[in-house]
Design a protein around this ligand. Structure first.
Ligand code: COA
Length: 176
């Protein structure tokens, strides 16, 4: 017979909750980082899955996007980064992840996330989607908006990690 404390210890040892946070991260912003740091407190292991969205032309190569994520998460001990191609649910299964984490910035995000969650569920019923509401400071942030403002010389310092700000300046300086 095990008491509640022993059972909790057993549970803690047996159930490792692993989650995937997928995206193109072109580039990663403080809005993404907000979701990453909060999800890292909920799950035992969070894997940032960097991929290429077939409908987008990225500014940063996938290797550069992975390198940015890798630098930014270096102090988060239970977070790792991996690039993937193909279906998200296939990648999640390869990683033995039970959960897909997505951020919701504003009500309109819910409509597309709802569609994606249902499609992912159809592809793989055992993987659950979990949504975190973005912190209010980042409701308006998107990677495209960051790139547009940075490319025109605007101030994005409060919205991206320092390394992203530097890399964006270098990228746009080369293009001039
Ligand atoms: N803070 C700030 N910005 C955020 C954000 C947050 N919390 N969450 C999302 N964004 C931004 C992103 O930067 C992105 O900006 P952009 O469009 O200017 O690049 C935008 O909001 C949309 O983000 P997201 O919905 O995460 O799109 P994405 O292209 O980054 O990722 C995938 C989409 C990769 C997760 C999806 O296409 C996918 O799963 N692909 C794999 C193939 C697959 O399985 N397809 C079927 C899915 S049902």
């Amino acid at each position: 017979m095990v008491d509640l404390q022993q059972q909790n210890l057993l549970d803690a040892k047996l159930i490792m909750m692993k989650a995937i946070y997928p995206g193109t991260f072109d580039p990663l912003t403080n809005g993404h980082l907000d979701i990453i740091t909060r999800a890292a407190k909920i799950f035992d292991h969070l894997i940032i899955g960097v991929t290429t969205n077939i409908f987008k032309t990225p500014l940063f190569k996938i290797e550069e996007r992975v390198a940015i994520v890798s630098e930014v998460i270096q102090d988060l001990s239970n977070v790792s980064v991996c690039q993937f191609g193909g279906l998200l649910v296939d990648f999640a299964q390869e990683c033995n992840a039970q959960v897909i984490v997505r951020g919701l910035r504003e009500p309109n995000d819910f409509l597309s996330e709802y569609q994606m969650a249902l499609m992912n569920k159809l592809q793989c019923a055992k993987i659950e989607s979990v949504f975190l509401v973005s912190s209010s400071s980042y409701h308006f942030v998107s990677s495209s908006l960051i790139k547009e403002v940075a490319g025109l010389g605007g101030d994005i310092s409060k919205l991206v990690p320092n390394c992203v700000q530097v890399l964006l300046s270098e990228k746009f300086a080369k293009q001039k």
